[in-house]
Design a protein around this ligand. Sequence first.
Ligand SMILES: [Zn+2]
Length: 239
Amino acid sequence: MKDQLKLLWELQKIDLDLKTIKEEKERYPKDIKKLDEKQKIEKERIQKEREKVESLEKTRRQKEGHLNTEQEKIKRAEGRMSEVKTNKEYQALLSEIDAMKGANSRIEEEILQVMDEIDELKKGLSKREKEVGVTLEKIEAERRKLEEQVAYDEKIWNEQMERREVLSKQIESKLFKLYNTLKEKRHGVGVVNVRNETCQGCFVNVPPQMFIEVQKNNALIRCPNCNRILYWDGDGKKK
Ligand SMILES: [Zn+2]
């Protein structure tokens, strides 16, 4: 029985390992998805700022185009100055030119404002681009780490499955069946250590006499409370 219990205890450790790996395997796609989302948000943040700069550049070009047209008009009006016959016509043309010049200087003012805004945005943008670059690198590093972890888990999983296969064959089928049933009912734990006279599965005390028996690992003893098979794996102080 001693050997059987020891084998069962080894099997339990493997099964717990497999359970952890299984949980990790289920978590990885979610973690990867989270990284993808983070990456997307960072990229979009920059994209919006770039679009803002582009739209302001467009506004600036439009205003400059408009200014050119107006300046041409002024030139043409000035050209007409020599052709006017009367003083009244002359005054009218003069005030028309003045009005156009006034409007143009307002456009020039607006262009300067837009250019200031563009400069300011570009300064912020290049700073942000550096920040996002660093963040994206970190995300990539996390992704590589995750992928390494996935590969490592896959390797451990296969190794433990093989060991499980070998061990399972060495355990008496009745005991193996009992273990599997308990494991299914008790959150993956069928065999459990006893420490300080306490079942480490349900944390309820076992009777003192039972505790003495359990420490011998000579018989199949089950927790009176949770029914799990009890095993003595030392008091944990040596390890
Ligand atoms: Zn128990």
